[in-house]
Design a protein around this ligand. Structure first.
Ligand code: ATR
Length: 276
């Protein structure tokens, strides 16, 4: 008799660069769960059909990545509160004909910042560079730890303002242009959430923001330091870290949703990353 193992995968376009298959295979080995995890390259016009086909052929869950994270919310029956706040889904689970959509990015970031890197964000001044989907996904969880302030700085002021307004009822949040960032603000944490690094660009990040007190964190990651990560160290940051920890932590939370166990992330993080 052939026993079919549970199928999972990541859907994106393009997706060949994704580290998710390696991470989930390591989680499966570590926890003794038999599963298969695939890379699924799916263009935007095939998203819905591809999800349905995956479910029909034994799919139990999916990670959803760029550029589908917002669009996929349309195909979900039950959306978690954190996915709704983020306006985006990165994890789908299929159970009894229902499609459940969640977002583990925010919790992944916080587990890395607070659990792995041991930052105390309660009362901290936080600066976020960028005002796109990545920023929207982390605002609610960051506000939950009760920072003194969150400033969103963006090249396009209107987008930063719109996000600040949307979350202004949740906590102290404001918006400005890069060049308006003040030297007096003493940012404890500076997060790069722009997509500029993907093209190797270094935008005019606000030098005034960085001091010897600033911990800098790039949501992007690479095998060599990212442009932002280098920029932060060159401008005197206390420490500069890439988003490998967030990547592994968000994956662990997805694994928990699917399999009911939380893998040991430290072991996997040390296997797949390098330090900046
Ligand atoms: P994501 O989902 O990765 O956040 P996005 O929604 O397209 O992607 O947002 C990209 C973010 O990176 C935006 O804040 C964008 O700035 P604008 O709102 O001004 O477009 C920012 N970004 C991308 N390339 C940039 C560059 N070269 N310089 C400055 N900001 C850049």
């Amino acid at each position: 008799m052939i026993t079919q193992v549970d199928r999972y995968g990541v859907m994106g376009y393009p997706v060949s660069h994704s580290r998710s298959p390696v991470i989930h295979r390591l989680f499966a080995l570590q926890t003794g769960h038999a599963l298969q995890y695939e890379l699924l390259q799916v263009p935007p016009d095939k998203l819905e059909d591809s999800i349905q086909q995956f479910i029909r052929t034994g799919g139990r869950g999916l990670n959803i990545t760029v550029p589908h994270k917002t669009e996929v919310t349309r195909f979900v029956n039950q959306l978690s509160e954190r996915a709704s706040n983020a306006g985006a889904v990165n994890t789908l689970a299929f159970e009894d004909g229902e499609v459940f959509g969640d977002n583990t990015d925010g919790v992944g970031l916080l587990r890395d910042l607070i659990g792995n890197l041991e930052l105390d964000l309660n009362g901290a001044n936080i600066l976020i560079l960028g005002a796109g989907g990545a920023t929207r996904g982390i605002l609610a969880p960051l506000l939950e730890v009760q920072p003194a302030s969150i400033t969103i700085a963006n090249r396009t002021l209107t987008k930063a303002r719109a996000l600040a307004e949307q979350f202004s009822g949740v906590g102290p949040i404001n918006a400005c242009r890069f060049r308006e960032v003040s030297r007096r603000a003493h940012y404890n944490l500076i997060i790069n959430a722009t997509s500029a690094g993907l093209t190797g660009e270094i935008p005019p990040y606000p030098e005034a923001a960085v001091s010897a007190d600033s911990f800098c964190y790039d949501l992007s990651y690479g095998l060599t330091p990212t442009p932002f990560s280098r920029w932060a160290l060159e401008h005197g940051a206390r420490q500069s870290v890439m988003g490998w920890g967030m990547l592994v932590e968000q994956a662990a939370e997805s694994f928990h949703i699917w399999r009911g166990v939380h893998p040991d992330t430290a072991a996997v993080l040390s296997q797949i990353s390098i330090t900046a």
